[in-house]
Design a protein around this ligand. Structure first.
Ligand SMILES: [Zn+2]
Length: 149
């Protein structure tokens, strides 16, 4: 996980300053809702962050239009990374909240070109709780979806 943590208030965070042009960034692409720029902490060459232009903290704070725009920009950047850097693979990584691994609290999605043996790792403590538990979880989520519809 990255070590840099930006706890700036909304509108003053490092990504808001990049959107506003107040601090420099190597921008790759931008449209009405999103901006894509090089991650200063390049894990591999071509590592890009796609951020909402508006200061939304997590995926839960995006409008549906912003969520769609972020993924469309990420797909375009991934295609460009494929063409420009010929990686073995591409990982999209998006973290929400400190416990989720978020370090800059302005929504962003990593587009990370990957190479075999590049050292990137995410612990994945797989559990298999059984069909009954899965159905219980699904029922909980269905109820929550209906409540927010
Ligand atoms: Zn911001």
């Amino acid at each position: 996980m990255p070590m840099f943590v930006d706890t700036s208030p909304p509108g003053q965070c490092i990504f808001c300053k990049i959107v506003a042009g107040d601090i420099p960034a190597a921008k790759v692409y931008e449209d009405a809702l999103t901006v894509a720029f090089m991650d200063i902490g390049q894990v591999n060459p071509g590592h890009v962050l796609v951020a909402s232009k508006r200061h939304a903290v997590t995926v839960l704070d995006l409008t549906p239009e912003e969520a769609a725009a972020v993924m469309q920009t990420a797909q375009r950047v991934a295609a460009a990374a494929e063409a420009a850097f010929a990686p073995d693979g591409i990982t999209l990584f998006q973290a929400n909240g400190a416990a989720g691994g978020q370090t800059v609290f302005h929504f962003h999605l990593h587009v990370l070109p990957r190479h075999a043996g590049d050292g990137v790792a995410l612990a994945w403590p797989r559990k298999e709780p059984g069909a009954q538990a899965l159905q219980t979880y699904a029922t909980q989520l269905q109820a929550a979806l209906q409540a927010t519809a």
